[in-house]
Write a protein that binds this ligand. Structure first.
Ligand code: TXD
Length: 309
């Protein structure tokens, strides 16, 4: 059985964690790509030299040429600038749009059969751009945002209640920004609705912290944005695809009628397996949730409207 080849486009903060975890968990052989000469090669060599302790026999390579990602079954894209304090994710659009167009052509031409997870911000616009420029089918292009946002809410609920993070389940849909929609009704602790365990006031505070969680880390780091939790979120998606686990995860998927959305990538629950986004799961939203979701979708629509492909 041949090992899957995983191409990581972007060897920066998140790309480095992706390479380490993908290789050391033996998800597949890793090729780390970047435009900066030496960066991917240096990180790959360092990770490869640590493999004996990790017990990993995966190949870990660095590359600056798209020819070197040939044969990749899975591509994870972090290419692009990250936020600095005071910046919104949307502020990255102009610069990262040109980068994503370039990346999409490189992946289209050299890994045409890959399933692609986009991480770069502004996420909903970047994954849309990749889809449009690459021409890949919608099931093979998915954005990572909801898994991270849901995971952050899970952490905040677990810390508030003093319970294991493993027993907290949360669902955050919509765009990856301030208008994201944490669905409190669908958050549980070992199956117990969180609204039975926390007051509305405390839940609202945790929801607000979730919306601002990315910015909270940026303000502390000052030189970049979160990198470990986004990488782990993308790896949860990657593992479900590579191992055909059929996980139900909140991901940025191309909606063509689902949730009343047509032609946009927004965060929705989906089944991730060997076929990529195998199906979108539509859940019932009450009036308030639907209004928040619609407002989030409208923000994505306006963001995407500014894209010139
Ligand atoms: O939940 C989410 N989706 C977000 C995404 C969570 C956190 C971070 N989010 C975004 O991911 C962030 O706003 C950035 O847009 C990306 C990557 O974040 P990271 O922290 O990894 O940024 P770095 O460390 O600056 O790494 C980006 C790398 C860097 O090494 C550049 O040289 C490289 O991208 N880069 C390119 N690679 C390939 N091709 C091109 N054209 C290119 N341009 C820059």
């Amino acid at each position: 059985m041949t090992r899957p080849r995983i191409a990581l486009i972007g060897a920066g903060n998140i790309g480095g964690v992706l390479a380490e975890q993908a290789a050391y968990r033996e998800l597949g052989d890793v090729v780390l790509f970047d435009v900066v000469e030496g960066l991917p090669q240096g990180k790959a060599l360092d990770l490869a030299e640590g493999a004996p302790i990790a017990g990993s026999d995966m190949r870990i390579e660095g590359a600056n040429r798209y020819e070197d990602i040939a044969g990749a079954a899975l591509v994870i894209i972090t290419a692009g600038l990250a936020r600095k304090p005071g910046m919104s994710r949307d502020d990255l659009l102009k610069t990262n749009l040109e980068i994503m167009k370039q990346v999409a052509c490189g992946v289209r031409d050299h890994a045409p059969d890959a399933t692609v997870i986009v991480i770069s911000n502004p996420l909903d616009a970047m994954v849309y751009t990749f889809k449009q420029v690459s021409g890949f089918p919608k099931n093979r292009v998915v954005g990572m945002a909801g898994v991270l946002d849901s995971t952050r809410l899970r952490s905040f609920i677990a810390w508030e209640l003093g319970v294991s993070v493993e027993d907290v389940s949360a669902l955050v849909l919509g765009g990856h920004g301030d208008t994201m929609v944490p669905l409190v009704r669908y958050c549980t602790v070992a199956g117990i609705p969180v609204q039975r365990l926390l007051s509305k006031q405390r839940i609202d505070a945790l929801v607000e912290r979730t919306k601002g969680a990315g910015g909270e880390v940026v303000a502390l780091l000052k030189t970049g944005s979160a990198f470990a939790s986004p990488a782990l979120a993308a790896l949860e998606m990657a593992e479900s695809i590579l191992r055909d686990k059929k996980r139900v995860l909140a991901c940025a998927c191309l909606c063509e009628g689902e949730y009343g959305v047509d032609g946009l990538y927004v965060g929705v629950p989906c089944v991730l397996g060997a076929g990529g986004v195998e199906r979108i799961i539509e859940i019932e939203l009450n009036t308030d949730e639907q209004a928040l979701f619609d407002a989030s979708v409208e923000h994505v629509r306006q963001l995407v409207a500014g894209i010139e492909l």
